[in-house]
Write a protein that binds this ligand. Sequence first.
Ligand SMILES: Nc1ccn([C@@H]2O[C@H](COP(=O)(O)OP(=O)(O)OP(=O)(O)O)[C@@H](O)[C@H]2O)c(=O)n1
Ligand SMILES: C[C@](O)(CO)[C@H](O)COP(=O)(O)O
Length: 237
Amino acid sequence: MTQYWVIIPAAGVGKRMQSAIPKQYLTLNQQTILDVTIARFLTHPSILGVAVGVSCDDEYWPLSEWATHPQVIRYDGGKQRADTVLNGLQVLQAVGIDGHTDVLVHDAARPLISHSAITRIVEHKGEFGALLAVPSKDTLKLANDSSCSQGTVDRSVIWQAQTPQKFPLGALLEGLSTAMEEGLEITDESSAMEQLGWQPTLVEGESTNFKITVPSDLLVAEALLASKAFKGQQESE
Ligand SMILES: Nc1ccn([C@@H]2O[C@H](COP(=O)(O)OP(=O)(O)OP(=O)(O)O)[C@@H](O)[C@H]2O)c(=O)n1
Ligand SMILES: C[C@](O)(CO)[C@H](O)COP(=O)(O)O
């Protein structure tokens, strides 16, 4: 069975969460969001290890239950998420991962990823990479600067990108480096690869794989983890 390394960008400050500490260190059922995310991957049979990018002055990481685990590499993140991902790619290259080897990138702030979704992305075979994504369920509006609707977007062609996103290590290094050198604002790996003309496959994600971004997201995540139905679904995987 092919096994994969996962880069987990966890060097953000969580401004939108408005919390006293970086949101990846807030707790869900007595575990930090970051530790929950790492556990989801290291308990999946297709995952070889994780490289966790944290802020260079992060004082919380040493308290992680994974801080000394042999399958976990801690490295310094960067100013933007793309910098943190790029640093992680360079770390994996430095430890000998071949440039043709696919790697996954998954936000630390998406702790409720299911094993079945991880399986879908690792089992996807295609030459242009892949990412989890969900088709828009709502009607979408174009807004002007005064938050007034300027029209409605055809939602049949709109998908919301999630993570993991999967690309060959060398190609992703090239895509991210090129896009950043050109000053493009890169908010996910697939947007960098699209600049190289890649057309990554959108693999079915799940609404429970949402990114914990604002305070209400934490309430939803806690409610899901407390629900027997969700727990049963995760344990039955
Ligand atoms: N310089 C950065 C910025 C973000 N991230 C990570 O990228 C993921 C998604 O980013 P986001 O949800 O935007 O996290 P923050 O940047 O922390 O949030 P905010 O934009 O509200 O500050 C998070 O796991 C975050 O820790 C990172 O590794 N390095
Ligand atoms: C990578 C991502 O989660 C895909 O939707 C998203 O782009 C991250 O954006 P953020 O502003 O860094 O949270």
